[in-house]
Design a protein around this ligand. Structure first.
Ligand SMILES: C[S@@+](CC[C@H](N)C(=O)[O-])C[C@H]1O[C@@H](n2cnc3c(N)ncnc32)[C@H](O)[C@@H]1O
Length: 496
C-alpha cells in the first residue's frame, strides 16, 4: 500500500504512539494511522500534517495533545451489559462470594480500566446495586479510568443514546435510566454517584497507587483494551493490574482477549460461557485439562499449553490442590533489603511480603513497603497497626505520617487522617502529596475554601519542580504528570 507520508515518518509516529499511548500500529495498519493523524492535525489547525507530527513528537506531550491523539487514534466502541455472560458470572458467582466474605468489612473495590464512555462501569455499578441488599451500609468503589479526556467528560455526564443499550436486557433501561429528551437517556443518580471517573494512561501512569486509588482492587475489568497494545506493552500493563488486585481478585478481559499470552500468570476460572482470570499467590503450576463439557472458549488457547481451569463449582474443593496457598503455607523468602525490594513488585508477592514483616526487624523504608503490601491485600487493620508501630520508632518521618494518613482515609477515619497529614506537612513543608490528600479530604467534607487552599499550595510547589522530578512518597510519579493529573481531573468533572 502506498502512503502520502514517507514510510520513515510513519515508522517514527508508530513508535511514538506505542511508547506514549501503548497503541500498537503494525505496518499493515499504517493506512489507519495516517488517516487518523491527518484528522488530528486538521482538528488542531495544522494544514501540514508533518508539522503537527513534528510538534507532538519533539516537544513534551501536553494534555491537549493526549486529548487530540486519543480522540483520533483509539477505538471507543462500548455498550451496556456487553458480553452478558461476564455480567451473569459477576452477578451469580463472583459478587455473591465476595459479598459473603466481606460481611464484616463491607468493602468492595472494582476498577474499569479503559472505560470509554462509561457504559461498562455503570453496568458494574448496576450489578453491584442488584447484588447487595443494603448497599448504603457498604463502602463501594467503582473506579473508571481512560486515557481519553473527552470521552471521560461524556461518561461523567451519564447521558446515552439508544445505541448504547443495543444489547442490554430490557430491565436495565426500564429501571436504571430516565428519558431526558428525544433519544437521550440519563443514568439514574444512585448509579451515577457510585462511579468515579479519572484520567489514567495505562502506558505510563503509576499503578497500583493509593494516589490514584488503584490499589487493593477486588475485580479489574480491562476489556477490549489490551488487544490494541503490543505484546510487550500488554505484559507490562497486566503486571501492574495484577499488582493492583487483592489475592483471589479477578481480572476480566473480553472474549477475544482470552488467549493473550500476557495472562499466563493468572489461574483461569471457567464460568458458564466465560473465563475470568484469578490472581493466585503463586503462578499456577498444576496442569489441568479443561473439564469435559466446559464452555468452548479456551483460555491460554495455545495448543499443548493448557492452563489450570476450574469451573466455579470446583473452585473451593480444588483450591488446595490447584493454586491458592494460605499465607502460612507460603515459603518464606529471604529478608529483603532496599536493593532487592523492587524485585518483589512482581505479581503475586504481596502475601509473601506481608508475611516477612512479621519475622524481621526492618528500616522505616522497608516497613513502608510492607505496609503498602498489607493495604494492597486489603488488610487495612494490619496496615494501620504496622504503621503505628513504625511511627512509634520513627516519629519524625513525614513519609510514615503520610502513609498512616492514607490508611486512615481508607478506613474512613477522616479527622485522624487530617491530623496525620498536618504532621507530615509540619515535618516537610514542601510535601506536595500531603497537601493534595488534605485537599481531597476537605473536598469530601464539603470544606471548599480549605480544599482550594490546599490545591493552590500543590500548584505552587509543583511550579518549583522540574517536569521529570519524582515526587516524594509517590512511588514514581513525576511532577509534570501530577500537574496534568490535577488539571485533567478538573476538566473531567461533570459541570452538572
Ligand atoms: C474499545 S474501548 C473499550 C471500552 C470498554 N472497556 C468495553 O469493553 O466496552 C477501549 C478504550 O481503551 C482506552 N485506551 C486506549 N489506550 C489506553 C491507554 N493507554 N490507557 C488507558 N486507556 C486506554 C480507549 O480510550 C478506549 O476508550
Amino acid at each position: 500500500m502506498t502512503h502520502a507520508l514517507p514510510e520513515q515518518k510513519l515508522l517514527q509516529l508508530s513508535e511514538f504512539v506505542a511508547e506514549h499511548l501503548a497503541l500498537h500500529f503494525p505496518r499493515d495498519r499504517w493506512g489507519d494511522l495516517e488517516r487518523n493523524i491527518t484528522a488530528a492535525a486538521a482538528e488542531s489547525g495544522y494544514s501540514e500534517v508533518e508539522h503537527f507530527m513534528q510538534r507532538i513528537m519533539f516537544s513534551p506531550m501536553t494534555h491537549e495533545h493526549v486529548d487530540i491523539l486519543t480522540t483520533h487514534l483509539t477505538v471507543n466502541e462500548t455498550y451496556f451489559w456487553r458480553e452478558p455472560e461476564t455480567f451473569e458470572a459477576l452477578e451469580q458467582s463472583v459478587l455473591p462470594r465476595l459479598i459473603q466474605s466481606r460481611q464484616e468489612r463491607k468493602r468492595i473495590r472494582i476498577w474499569s480500566a479503559g472505560c470509554s464512555t462509561g457504559e461498562e462501569p455503570y453496568s458494574i455499578a448496576i450489578a453491584l446495586q442488584r447484588a447487595i441488599p443494603k448497599i448504603k451500609d457498604w463502602s463501594i468503589t467503582v473506579l473508571a479510568t481512560d486515557i481519553n479526556p473527552r470521552i471521560l467528560h461524556r461518561a461523567a455526564a451519564g447521558l446515552f443514546g439508544p445505541w448504547s443499550f443495543r444489547n442490554s436486557p430490557p430491565w436495565l433501561k426500564a429501571q436504571y435510566v430516565l428519558p431526558k429528551e428525544k433519544d437521550v437517556f440519563e443514568i439514574i443518580p444512585e448509579i451515577k454517584r457510585m462511579v468515579q471517573f479519572e484520567y489514567l494512561n495505562l502506558a505510563d501512569d503509576v499503578f497500583p497507587s493509593s494516589l490514584n486509588d488503584t490499589d487493593a482492587m477486588d475485580i479489574i475489568f480491562c476489556r477490549n483494551v489490551l488487544m490494541y497494545f503490543s505484546e510487550k506493552r500488554s505484559s507490562q500493563v497486566v503486571r501492574g493490574l495484577s499488582n493492583s488486585l487483592t489475592h483471589g481478585g479477578y481480572l476480566v478481559v473480553s472474549a477475544s482477549e482470552l488467549s493473550l499470552p500476557c495472562l499466563s500468570d493468572f489461574a483461569a476460572a471457567n464460568f458458564p460461557g466465560m473465563v475470568l482470570f484469578q490472581k493466585t499467590s503463586e503462578p499456577p503450576n498444576v496442569q489441568q485439562q479443561i473439564p469435559a463439557g466446559a464452555p468452548v472458549r479456551t483460555p491460554g488457547g495455545h495448543p499443548g499449553q493448557s492452563r489450570p481451569v476450574h469451573t466455579i463449582e470446583e473452585t473451593e474443593p480444588r483450591r488446595r490442590e490447584n493454586e491458592i496457598l494460605s499465607e502460612a503455607e507460603l515459603p518464606l523468602p529471604m529478608k529483603p533489603t532496599v536493593d532487592t525490594i523492587p524485585a518483589l513488585h512482581a505479581p503475586g508477592h504481596d502475601a509473601q511480603v506481608t508475611r516477612m514483616l512479621q519475622h524481621d526487624a526492618h528500616t522505616s523504608e522497608e516497613q513502608m513497603f510492607f505496609i503498602r503490601a498489607y493495604a494492597n491485600e486489603g488488610k487495612i487493620d494490619r496496615a494501620l497497626q504496622s504503621c503505628e508501630k513504625a511511627l512509634a520508632a520513627d516519629k519524625l518521618n513525614p513519609g510514615l505520617h503520610y502513609l498512616y494518613a492514607t490508611m486512615l482515609q481508607e478506613n474512613n477515619q477522616l479527622e485522624e487522617a487530617i491530623t496525620s497529614l498536618k504532621r507530615a506537612i509540619f515535618l516537610d513543608s514542601n510535601f506536595v502529596l500531603s497537601y493534595y490528600s488534605l485537599g481531597k479530604i476537605y473536598e469530601r467534607l464539603g470544606n471548599a475554601s480549605s480544599a482550594k487552599k490546599c490545591t493552590d499550595n500543590v500548584l505552587t510547589i509543583l511550579s518549583t519542580c522540574s517536569q521529570n522530578e519524582i515526587l516524594f512518597a509517590s512511588e514514581g510519579l513525576t511532577a509534570g504528570r501530577f500537574k496534568e493529573m490535577i488539571i485533567g481531573a478538573d476538566q473531567t468533572r461533570d459541570p452538572a
